[in-house]
Ligand binder design. Structure first.
Ligand SMILES: [Zn+2]
Length: 256
């Protein structure tokens, strides 16, 4: 199979893709605490996996797509009470993503697809604003969000009692890690974790809680991690990648 990660290509190969009208996928997500059982990299591991799977599908469907190196930082204020989490100020995130996009634009790539697994509203809002500004400036950009469009299907696959409240380091993120990073999952800790069915959305966005601790996640997870299993992780990510590829195809077809 032809290489699709830019970091593994020569500049001549990259130029070939740019001349053929390729778009660039930029997986990004913060280094961020994910419960006492999962590694800090969950979100950017996930974004990278999604980018690779959906770019593979897109290339098969003749939408030429390459992937930029995973950017392991974003805005992640909600998890700042927990060690290891890094948050970028909105202006920093905007500046970094814009400079990356403009570099690819200068080389003739046709557009940018931002793939992000960290769904904090302020983070997504910043990325959306950045995408609009870049599009205005001549580099068509979208923030692909299969996590919202695929939510119902994902929820139907999960075994936990309230899958719609499984929002951080719970069943599906644990499942993802058990699938691709099993050695990084602390099984002896996972086995001791009871479900946490706090309504995170309500706490953060209606009741004004500032972070995961204030919202009732003193161990930095929301949902039921104990239900995660590798088969579920694989199934969920394959589904997400398909939805993401469809979203990109529609965007490419309707893009000027
Ligand atoms: Zn996450």
């Amino acid at each position: 199979m032809k290489e699709i990660w830019l970091e593994r290509m020569t500049y001549e190969e990259a130029e070939g893709y740019a001349k053929a009208g390729a778009i660039v996928m930029l997986p990004l997500s913060p280094l961020e605490a994910h419960g006492p059982h999962l590694p800090l990299g969950v979100d950017f591991f996930g974004a990278g996996t999604l980018a690779e799977q959906s770019a593979t599908l897109l290339n098969r469907k003749a939408v030429k797509t390459v992937i930029a190196p995973v950017l392991p930082y974003a805005l992640a204020d909600v998890a700042m009470p927990f060690a290891g989490t890094v948050t970028l100020r909105a202006q920093t995130l905007k500046a970094v993503v814009s400079d990356i996009a403009q570099s690819f634009n200068a080389h003739g790539f046709k557009g940018l697809v931002i793939v992000c697994q960290h769904l904090e509203r302020a983070n997504l809002k910043t990325l959306q604003e950045t995408a609009s500004e870049l599009t205005e400036a001549g580099m068509p950009t979208i923030v692909a969000n299969p996590f919202f469009t695929h939510a119902e299907t994902m929820n139907a696959m999960m075994k936990g009692e309230f899958p719609d409240l499984d929002l951080h380091a719970g069943e599906w993120e644990t499942a993802f890690c058990l699938w691709l990073y099993p050695k990084l999952v602390k099984m002896e800790v996972l086995e001791t974790l009871p479900p946490n069915w706090v309504n995170l959305r309500e706490k953060l966005y209606e009741q004004g809680c500032r972070d995961f601790v204030e919202a009732g996640g003193e161990k930095c997870y929301f949902g039921d991690p104990s239900q995660g299993n590798p088969e579920l992780g694989k199934k969920i990510y394959e589904g997400l990648a398909e939805v993401l590829a469809e979203e990109v195809i529609e965007w490419v077809q309707n893009s000027p």
